[in-house]
Design a protein around this ligand. Structure first.
Ligand code: GLY
Length: 409
């Protein structure tokens, strides 16, 4: 069997340019929060978003704190990040307890009807395999990749994002966030030698490139194909301001998702798609690097909230892109934009340490149209903020989304 051709990029071995002030103290606070949360929550998972800036037990499952929804993998990912920065058996035990929960979730088929299996299983189970050689984590992650493969709509060449495959409203819908779920499939091909996962991922990424990335380099949040004929039908939004505006988090997912797709597949057009996504993002984000929830809004006069999670995701995507482009001035532009944004986050968006916070990053937005998680912390914002700190502290670190493509020591 032929493995997908991959193109590992050289990763910088040292920081280029000034580090943001406060990086060390921000990291110390982030690690203290991860540790405190292990005591506060134990095996229970926090909710997607905080309530009045504090997380509570997750709701929506059979018991409080159950492993349901699309964001629980970020809690585990933060535990592994903390464990890499500050090794400790307490962190290792907590991470492995989460892996056992993800194994059970897969075995019992709990809330698996989603494309977000990459968000769930890559920072948790794939990472347990990478860091500890944990075979249960590996098995669960391959099972999750198999579950994701059942969502591939062959005529359209896409993975359906939400709902059951027979669900009329959701049938044939892919969303821009999904580029971040494809690394699970690329990893599964690299790990098992079966190329089908990677082939499907690349077909899906091409459809995102051709239909969700618009001519002006902004993105649709979602796009619908005819599930039987595969005909591309229309772009639409669920969490953005309008079907024609650009949901800010979607644009950040596009930068990072296309950059990761480029690394895994070696397709130059994915790198180009990441660069186009970044160009639109940087043209429409405020100078301090923390955008409003939709890029149609560009200043405080709009009265609209900012979404700190967008900035955290974009910092990681821009730093990845900075590693990939060959032009040094372009690379430096991405790196500077990332440093500006992380500096703004550290100065204005992390909680006061004296409040013994259980969140990492305040002032995020989940979903304005439904009113969920507005001006609250959220687990993905927290995770990508801590990943961004890791990237700045250890520039040669390979992100969890690229496990299997580590640069040899
Ligand atoms: N992936 C879902 C979101 O970003 O809200």
């Amino acid at each position: 069997m032929t493995l997908p051709v991959t193109h590992p990029a050289p990763r910088p071995t040292r920081s280029q340019g000034a580090e943001p002030a406060g990086l060390a103290s921000a990291t110390a606070l982030a690690l203290a929060t991860v540790r405190r949360n292990i005591e506060e929550f134990g095996e229970r998972f926090p909710g997607d978003c905080s309530v009045a800036d504090r997380y509570r037990d997750r709701v929506g499952g059979p018991v409080p704190g159950a492993n349901v929804g699309w964001t629980t993998g970020f809690r585990t990912g933060m535990i592994w990040l903390a464990g890499e920065l500050s090794p400790d058996p307490v962190l290792e035990r907590a991470g492995l307890r989460d892996v056992a929960s993800f194994t059970q979730r897969l075995a019992r088929r709990v809330d698996l009807e989603t494309h977000d299996l990459g968000f769930l299983y890559m920072p948790s189970c794939v990472t347990a395999w990478r860091l500890l050689g944990d075979r249960d984590g590996r098995a669960a992650a391959i099972g999750a990749a198999d579950a994701l493969m059942t969502r591939f709509i062959e005529p359209a060449g896409i993975f359906q994002a939400w709902g059951g495959l027979g669900d009329g409203d959701q049938s044939g819908r892919a969303i821009i966030d999904s580029g971040m779920n494809m690394p699970l499939l690329y990893w599964a091909s690299a790990e098992t030698g079966d190329p089908r996962y990677a082939q499907a991922a690349t077909r899906h990424m091409r459809q995102l490139r051709d239909h969700l990335l618009r001519r002006d380099d902004s993105t649709f949040h979602t796009f619908i194909w005819h599930a039987q004929t595969g005909a591309p039908l229309r772009g639409t939004t669920a969490q953005g301001y309008s079907d024609t505006s650009c949901w800010a988090r979607g644009q950040a997912w596009a930068i990072y998702g296309f950059a990761l797709g480029s690394r895994w597949s070696g397709e130059p057009t994915f790198l180009d798609a990441a660069r186009r996504s970044a160009a639109y993002y940087l043209d429409h984000a405020p100078a301090d690097g923390v955008p409003y929830w939709d890029l149609v809004f560009q200043d405080d006069a709009s009265g609209q909230p900012r979404d700190s999670s967008v900035a955290a995701i974009a910092v990681c995507g821009l730093l990845e892109l900075a590693n990939l482009v060959s032009d040094s001035a372009e690379s430096e532009r991405y790196r500077r934009a990332a440093l500006t944004a992380i500096d703004t986050l550290i100065r204005g968006y992390v909680p006061d340490p004296s409040s013994r916070p259980n969140a990492q990053l305040l002032h995020g937005v989940y979903d304005i149209p439904s009113g969920a998680g507005v001006d609250e912390a959220n687990l993905w914002g927290d995770y990508f903020y801590v990943e961004a700190l890791m990237r700045l502290i250890r520039p040669a670190w390979t992100p969890y989304w690229l496990t299997g493509l580590e640069t040899p020591a």
